[in-house]
Design a protein around this ligand. Structure first.
Ligand SMILES: Cc1ncc(COP(=O)(O)O)c(C=O)c1O
Length: 375
């Protein structure tokens, strides 16, 4: 099998991380903060917080674990909005952000405006400046489109938003672990998925809070934390303020082990590997007249992802043929982002998405190109 669906999820843990998880399950599978033995689980969470904090130049206690980017976006959006505030978001957002925003808009809680990206997914930050009003409270932006791979100017937008007192949530599901990101340079809340480039188990993820967001964000998930148990209210200290209920300790451990590996390799090295793979793929597509690719078509401005369509063959059929004839795993359709496909002009037909990662090789890239030329 050739796996080219890293933008959806990483196929497997590294061998070292998998061994560590096995040992943990055999020896220490207990509940953080609820009893003495649980100290081991709390230590695992702290280890993971330190790894995430090192990756995003943040403070370990401001790292909150959830079951993924979707839960994190819901918590951050609901926790930061105030009734009748104005919210801005880009036109390439994933449904993980778009649906909670749309639901709040439809129920009259917020006023919502989508800011258009161009068909390749590029976003001009001048649009943000022009759209900010007195009552604008929140700006939601993806660091990179999960459909087009296009990188958005997060730091520039954050500077503009901050100048106007607007809070920024950055959906870094597609870039965390694959692209250098410093929390304080690009957002108030950085949302990450654990099971993509970060290499953790499915059902992991979280968010990291800057100082202002830590003060202003209200808990959305309420429940037991194993701390301040005499109170009916959530603790006001981090990370407990946002981590109610039993934690997914094995998932958090998978993140710790995997992110420590990423830190040892270096995000810059990973980015360079991704850039080269993407460049090779884009260059190889040039000779294929039946293929139309979307996005900026430059590895420099993109994650390790290329969306394309093949003349005369619908997206699902292309994916099916690639898998059945060559064992190549891609993802076709709308990729949970109708907004991005409308932006790119590929709605409702969708595209076939190739995305690369840790174990992708040059030979596999060449095989994928060869396969595309025979469809
Ligand atoms: C840009 C983006 N945001 C959010 C999500 C949702 O992530 P999770 O599966 O961790 O909830 C994804 C996953 O596909 C994504 O690509």
């Amino acid at each position: 099998m050739i796996y080219a669906n890293y933008a959806a999820t990483s196929p497997a843990l590294s061998a070292a991380a998998a061994w560590e998880l096995c040992a943990y399950l055999k020896e220490t599978h207990l509940n953080a903060g609820r009893n003495f033995e649980g100290l081991e689980a709390a230590a695992t969470a702290l280890r993971a917080r330190r790894a995430v904090a090192a990756l995003f130049s943040a403070s370990p206690l401001s790292v909150i674990f959830t079951n993924g980017a979707t839960a994190s976006l819901n918590m951050a959006i609901h926790g930061l909005i105030r009734p009748h505030c104005h919210v801005l978001a880009t036109s390439i957002e994933h449904n993980a952000a778009a649906r909670p925003l749309q639901a709040l808009f439809q129920s009259g809680v917020i006023d919502l405006e989508w800011l258009p990206c161009d068909p390749s997914g590029l976003f001009d930050s001048a649009q943000l400046r022009a759209a900010i009003r007195k009552d604008t409270r929140l700006f939601v932006i993806s660091h990179a489109s999960n459909v087009l791979g296009t990188i958005l100017p997060a730091a520039e937008c954050f500077r503009i938003a901050r100048e106007h007192g607007v809070l920024t949530i950055l959906d870094a599901a597609q870039t965390a672990g694959a692209f250098p990101i410093a929390l304080n340079e690009c957002c108030d809340v950085l949302v990450f998925a654990g099971h993509k480039a970060l290499g953790g188990l499915a059902g992991t993820g979280g968010f990291v809070l800057g100082e202002r967001a830590a003060l202003e964000m209200r808990p959305w998930l309420h429940g037991g934390t194993g701390s301040a148990s005499d109170s009916l209210e959530m603790p006001d200290f981090l990370p407990d303020k946002f981590e109610a209920g039993t934690q997914n300790t094995i998932g958090v451990l998978s993140l710790a082990a995997s992110i420590e590996e990423i830190l040892r390799t270096g995000v810059e090295t990973i980015r360079e590997r991704d850039r080269k793979l993407t460049e090779r793929f884009i260059a190889g597509l040039n000779g294929n007249k039946r293929v139309k690719s979307y996005g900026t078509l430059t590895a420099e401005h993109s994650t390790a992802l290329v969306s394309l369509s093949v003349e005369g063959c619908d997206a699902a059929e292309v994916s099916r043929r690639l898998f059945e004839r060559y064992g190549i795993v891609t993802r076709s359709g709308l990729h949970c982002s109708p907004l991005a496909h409308r932006t790119a002009g590929t709605f409702p037909a969708g595209t076939v998405r190739f995305s690369f990662g840790r174990d992708t090789t040059d030979t596999e890239i060449d095989t994928m190109l060869e396969a595309l030329s025979t469809l």
